[in-house]
Design a protein around this ligand. Structure first.
Ligand SMILES: *[C@@H]1O[C@H](CO)[C@@H](O)[C@H](O)[C@H]1NC(C)=O
Ligand SMILES: *[C@@H]1O[C@H](CO)[C@@H](O)[C@H](O)[C@H]1NC(C)=O
Ligand SMILES: *[C@@H]1O[C@H](CO)[C@@H](O)[C@H](O)[C@H]1NC(C)=O
Ligand SMILES: *[C@@H]1O[C@H](CO)[C@@H](O)[C@H](O)[C@H]1NC(C)=O
Length: 387
């Protein structure tokens, strides 16, 4: 009897402790979930009901002289004549870091091969890489600063070989991505303003250049201006969690929601938009280091809005299938597989069936099966199946 009683109490105690544990776990999780839900509700309300993004423009406007501090870093590597005398359809800036030589080589031999594009598509596309400077640790032991200098030497050799590195003297880091963005628009303004379109992309992005070129040629023929396409983020709230990579303090950005912007993985603007953005960068405080959000702020200041293109991926990868290859524009998160994807996605057979009715129906069915089920990774949306 006595033993039994103790056993029951022990059981209860364990039960109680487990309950407490579960409750506290739930509370911690709820708090995070809660803040995510609440911040999204607030930001969507701000985006769709209040929509006072003009305040942002007003409060971030600074004198030209101060704005110049974000753009007047000297060039370490430059190619001012890259576009001269050519009818450039598209200028692509790939945001790269000094150490990512492998990724740059993969892009040069696949989707960013200018010679291939010229020969097979008959248009001029210029592909250059945007870099910051390698950290020079002058206060560190000499072997370390030597390695920085050696590394720059390697970059100079790579640049001699390919002639496509644009590098400015600011530290290449995540928190300096906005400086890199500004560099791209300023470079285009000075050296390639006659290009019809401008694209910026990460160095782990796959761009289906033939599809993109076809789309841009069509857009250009129809005389469309004011174009900004990509994967659009609407009503995204600033991240206030200090542990996040995307944390933005209140002092830097005080509103509940960012203006609409496209995922920085890859987006395209027409040259008139590029020019307007360039002018916006001359008057805005660029200390907000999330480059795609800053692009949204610049665009907001000059009244340009982004348009969704369903075959631009945001964070996610395309699903590998010939029916997808026919329409894909960009896909994110490729390093090793970029060669295989390029070969598969540009295979002559991929295009052949595209005009036959049966093939089209077949592909719609396949794409519905691939894209219209609930998934947790961010690939193309379901509506892409019906295009
Ligand atoms: C680019 O394409 C051309 C023509 O197709 C080819 O000869 C050349 O080797 C390619 N370049 C690279 C770096 O793969
Ligand atoms: C950005 O670059 C500047 C100039 O090189 C440097 O002083 C600064 O520390 C860098 N900022 C970050 C956050 O890396
Ligand atoms: C730009 O904004 C930052 C805060 O994000 C602020 O510290 C800085 O003083 C501002 N710069 C100018 C020139 O107003
Ligand atoms: C943003 O501010 C600039 C300078 O204050 C002004 O010329 C421009 O019209 C503003 N843009 C919008 C969309 O309010």
């Amino acid at each position: 009897m006595f033993v039994n009683f103790r056993r029951i109490r022990k059981c209860k105690l364990v039960q109680l402790m487990t309950t407490c544990l579960l409750l506290s776990v739930a509370m911690v999780c709820w708090e995070q979930l809660d803040s995510v839900v609440v911040s999204h509700v607030k930001s969507y309300s701000f985006r769709y009901l209040v929509n006072r993004f003009t305040y942002i423009n007003r409060s971030l406007t600074i004198p030209h002289k101060q704005a110049r501090s974000f753009s007047n870093f000297p060039y370490l590597l430059d190619h001012p004549d890259k576009c001269t005398g050519k009818d450039v359809l598209l200028l692509v800036f790939v945001k790269s870091s000094p150490e990512n030589t492998k990724r740059r080589n993969a892009i040069r031999s696949t989707w960013g091969n200018e010679t291939y594009i010229q020969n097979t598509l008959g248009v001029t596309v210029k592909v250059v890489f945007a870099l910051g400077a390698i950290q020079r640790k002058t206060s560190e032991p000499s072997w370390n600063s030597r390695s920085g200098a050696d590394f720059q030497e390697q970059l100079i050799q790579e640049n001699d070989l390919h002639g496509d590195l644009i590098q400015k003297d600011f530290l290449d880091s995540f928190h300096n991505l906005t400086l890199k963005l500004i560099m791209q628009f300023h470079w285009m303004h000075s050296h390639c303003s006659h290009a019809h379109f401008f694209m910026t992309a990460d160095d782990d992005v796959f761009v289906h250049t033939p599809n993109l070129v076809r789309y841009l040629q069509d857009t250009s023929h129809r005389g469309i201006t004011n174009l900004w396409i990509g994967r659009v983020h609407k009503g995204a709230p600033p991240v206030r969690n200090k542990d996040s990579k995307y944390y933005v303090p209140y002092e830097m950005y005080q509103w509940l929601s960012y203006p609409d912007y496209t995922s920085g993985a890859g987006y395209v603007v027409s040259s008139d938009v590029a020019d307007k953005i360039y002018h916006a960068t001359l008057t805005l405080n660029a200390s907000l280091y999330i480059d795609d959000v800053f692009m949204g702020i610049c665009a907001n200041a000059v009244s340009v809005s982004p348009q969704e293109h369903v075959y631009f991926s945001g964070e996610g990868k395309a699903i590998y299938h010939p029916c997808i290859y026919r329409q894909m524009m960009t896909s994110h998160g490729h390093v090793e597989d970029i060669y295989d994807l390029w070969t598969a996605a540009t295979h002559p057979q991929v295009k052949q069936g595209a005009s036959r009715l049966f093939e089209r129906l077949y592909c719609t069915a396949v794409k519905m099966a691939l894209l219209c089920k609930p998934h947790f990774f961010d690939t193309y949306p379901c509506k892409a199946a019906f295009l």
